[in-house]
Design a protein around this ligand. Structure first.
Ligand code: 3HC
Length: 289
């Protein structure tokens, strides 16, 4: 595997492009426009410059990684790739449209992967050119920092596809775990109930936002409290995944907390919206309740 295509140059796509280039792969990075793809590359350059300033990597390594990333326009530019990773917005219709476009140019031996956090792989595979060469590859945010990749096989994914993508993921220096195509896979199946429960606790007046966060951060030795993490992930994303768990299992233990639904309905989606459980207008986040 030499050339990796990444579709979507947002936070996840840019992170995947960055770690792939740092591992020596040539990367084609696309988005809906070449400007967006170029903006993704500028963000990667900023991250790498910061790493050079902190003396985490050498200037030459930054230059080598940046030289390997080529912004391209649209998913149809991925004809040269051995592996294409879709990291577009988490909407099934958008992903299906992308797979249709990539399908027109994908080589018959190339693999198509999706970075979906919760949409069933087997269902998405139906929109791909070949379900045997389709697989889920779930990265975590921030991609350069997080040490895990979940590899999810759909019902029709071939052993050869799983082995090839596992090889790629290990080359990035990440620990790979394999999961079957069940709602939420492993991490979100375990994580989302915790974040959702923190929303229930807040809504029921068990404690304040900073106390819920401090309790879990210090009491469980987590890097972030659950409400901070929910803001970081995006409350809309948390709600969406929780709904997938609830609907996919039919188990009431996964029902979304009313307060989480309310925040999303209010447009308070978390850090990216400037407000979630915290207000991000100033230097330091301020709890909103
Ligand atoms: N991109 C690249 N590097 C980043 C970064 C980013 N966005 N944010 C932080 N970093 C780096 C910093 O440069 C720093 O690197 P260094 O140690 O080499 O200097 C290191 O991460 C630590 O950063 P900070 O000192 O600024 O801040 P913290 O110590 O508070 O760490 C954090 C920030 C790494 C985000 C940490 O709080 C953390 O690990 N939080 C939990 C994140 C998490 O759980 N992510 C998974 C979310 S679930 C998911 O993605 C699945 C999806 O499907 C929902």
């Amino acid at each position: 595997m030499r050339i990796v295509g990444v579709i979507g140059a947002g936070q996840m796509g840019a992170g995947i492009a960055q770690v792939s280039a740092q591992a020596g792969f040539r990367v084609l990075l696309s988005d809906v426009s070449i400007d967006r793809a170029q903006a993704g590359l500028s963000g990667i350059a900023k991250q790498l410059n910061r790493a050079v300033a902190k003396e985490k990597i050498a200037g030459a390594d930054r230059d080598a990684a940046l030289a390997l990333i080529e912004p391209v326009e649209g998913a149809g530019a991925m004809g040269a790739c051995d592996l294409v990773i879709e990291a577009a917005t988490e909407r099934e219709a958008v992903k299906r449209a992308i797979f249709g476009e990539v399908g027109k140019v994908l080589r018959p031996d190339a693999i198509l992967a999706t970075n979906t956090s919760s949409i069933p792989i087997t269902r998405l595979a139906q929109a791909s050119p070949d379900p045997a060469r389709f697989v889920g590859v779930h990265f975590f945010n921030p991609v350069p920092v997080m040490g895990l990749i979940e590899l999810i096989r759909g019902l029709a994914t071939s052993d050869a596809t799983v082995a090839a993508v596992e090889g790629y993921a290990q080359t990035l220096g990440k620990r790979v775990v394999r999961a079957n195509d069940a709602p939420g896979f492993i991490v979100n199946r375990v994580l989302m109930p915790m974040l959702n429960e923190a929303c229930f606790a807040l809504g029921e007046g068990v404690a304040t936002i900073p106390d819920i966060d401090a309790a879990c951060q210090l009491g469980l030795n987590h890097p972030m409290g659950p409400l901070t993490l929910a803001d970081f992930i995006g409350l809309d994303t948390c709600l969406e995944i929780t709904r997938v768990l609830f609907e996919g299992t039919g188990d009431p233990k996964f029902r979304p907390a009313p307060l989480l639904i309310k925040y999303v309905e209010a447009g308070w989606m978390g850090k990216k919206a400037g407000r979630g459980f915290y207000d991000y207008a100033g230097e330091t986040p301020v709890p909103t309740r």
